[in-house]
Structure formats: C-alpha cells, structure tokens
Design a protein around this ligand. Structure first.
Ligand code: SAM
Length: 280
C-alpha cells in the first residue's frame, strides 16, 4: 500500500470514527491510496487550481489530491460522521482543505470555489452522480467554471456518458456530454477495490470542456433528445410527434431523414434538430 502521507491508514480512520458505510448515501469507500493517487494524477496538474471534491467520505481521494499538490481542495460531504476524519486531514495540510457539510446538489460550486480555476474530482455517490454531472455540463455559461472533470461512475454510466452514435449506450447523456465535452473512460475499477464492494464495476471518466460546441439552444437540445430517445426504437417521425404536430418538417429542416432512429443521429444532427425546433 502506498505511503502518501503520515496520516493513519484509511481502515484505521474508518474504525476510529465509526464510519460504517451507509447504502443510502452511496458509500463505497476506496481504501487503496495507490488507486486514489492514480485518480488524482488523472485530474492533471493541480498545483495552480482549486479542486472541488464531492463526497470525500473518510478522505482517501482527498488525501491523494492534496499529496499530488492541489493548491486547495474544497470538499462537500453530506455525512456529518465524516467531518472529524476530514478535520485531521485539514490539520495535516494547513490552509489547503475546506470541508463543507451539505448536499452537493443544493450548493453553488462557483460560490464555494471563489471564482478560482477549478478542476472537479470525485468518487461520486451513485445515487446523485448523473444529476451532478448534468448540472456541470449544462451550465448556461460556456466554457464553464471548471476546466476538467475526473469522476468515478458505475461503468455502465461511464459508457453512456462517452457513447458514440450507433452504440447501445448512446442516449441523452451521451449527446449532452459529447456536445459540450471531450474525453473518455480512463480505466475501470473492480468492485473488490471498494469497502463494501458494490455489485458492479466502476470507471473513471475524464472530461474537459469543448470550447466550441456546435451552437444550439440547450433547452431545445434537451427537449429533442428526451423525445427522440424516450422512444429510441421508433423512427424520428414518430418519436418527435410529442414535440410538434409537424415532426416530418422539423426533421427535414434539420437535414435529417424522418425514417432514421435516435441512435443513428450524431451530435451535429441533434444540434440541427434543436435549432429547427427552437424556431419552429
Ligand atoms: N471519496 C470517498 C472514497 O473515494 O472513498 C467516498 C466516496 S463514496 C462513493 C460517496 C461519498 O459521497 C460518501 O462519503 C457520501 O457520504 C457522500 N455523499 C452522498 N450523497 C452526497 C451529496 N448529495 N452531497 C455530498 N456528498 C454526498
């Protein structure tokens, strides 16, 4: 096991502070500091930026981010039981770790990170991970407040985020992420690496903002992808009927075939559909 700092091993931290994992909070802890260090390294050069971490838990990734030289880590944790363990890390790295107790879905990350250059790194709780990602990739301003996302998801979710047209995993998430971001899955993590082990394999996804996404209205893009993938086996002329009585015209205006299906349409095609829908 890697020795990345002089703090106690994570297993001891968990038993000292009675951090038995709660399923309701998506708690599957990574206790191998080799692995958390690998995730921290994947997040890029952390020396000149603030890292926003969601769900530090007992602090395995937090410690790796700080040991990797993060100028500052701002960590949001919902479980108050973790705060004493995180306070010990804070003491070890004076002035470099701010822990905020709360629900990451309710807090404004821009306010918390003080307008600094931000990288987001997290072993996300499975129950809120997709919503948090959606919040970060659908900010009204683009480029966003963050310069990279290094996030662990269930592998199946990672595959949906990074899916390409024509694949089974391609859907709303893949269109939104592919429209606004570049990146992919870096590596998988076996259930055995976690305490307690989850049922499925996890994957670390790294995304950076696409500085020049095809211009289109986000709300319209969300509506057309929801309608198209809501009935993904149907042809667009049928699935888009929920949006407009004249679905065929809309599809033709976007330069697409009414008989095509959602999973065949690339991101530029969905952007064209969104633009046609907005003016329709
Ligand atoms: N980062 C630690 C690790 O890698 O071992 C823990 C990861 S665990 C998968 C997810 C963490 O997110 C838990 O500590 C849990 O308490 C916390 N959490 C769950 N829901 C949250 C929310 N809405 N906002 C902030 N933290 C949350």
């Amino acid at each position: 096991m890697a020795q990345i700092d002089d703090l106690p091993p994570l297993r001891d931290v968990i038993s000292t502070h009675g951090l038995n994992a709660k399923k309701s909070l998506g708690q599957n802890f990574l206790l191998d500091l080799n692995l958390t260090s690998r995730i921290a390294r994947s997040a890029g050069d952390l020396r000149d930026c603030t890292v926003l971490e969601i769900g530090p838990g007992p602090g395995g990734l937090t410690r790796a981010l700080l040991a990797a030289g993060a100028k500052k880590v701002v960590a949001i944790e919902k479980d108050s039981r973790c705060l004493p363990a995180l306070a010990e890390i804070s003491e070890h790295y004076p002035g470099r770790l701010d822990v905020i107790e709360g629900d990451a879905l309710q807090l404004d990350p821009v306010v918390l990170t003080g307008g600094d250059k931000v990288r987001i790194a997290a072993n996300l709780p499975y129950n809120v991970g997709t919503q948090l990602l959606l919040n970060w990739i659908t900010t009204p301003d683009w480029p966003p407040f963050w310069s990279s996302l290094t996030l662990m998801f269930q592998k199946e979710v990672g595959e949906r985020i990074t899916a390409v047209p024509g694949s089974k995993a391609y859907g709303r998430l893949g269109v939104l992420a592919g429209w606004r971001c570049k990146g992919g899955i870096l590596f998988d993590i076996s259930p055995k690496a976690f305490t307690p082990p989850p049922k499925v394999t996890s994957a670390v996804v790294h995304l950076t903002p696409n500085d020049t996404p095809v211009p289109c209205d986000l709300a319209s893009l969300e509506k057309v992808t929801a309608a198209a993938f809501g009935q993904r086996r149907k042809m667009l002329r049928a699935s888009l009927k929920s949006l407009t009585s004249n679905a065929e015209d809309l599809i033709r205006q976007a330069g697409l075939e009414p008989t095509s299906r959602a999973e065949e349409i690339d991101i530029a095609g969905f952007a064209a559909l969104a633009n046609a829908f907005k003016v329709a």
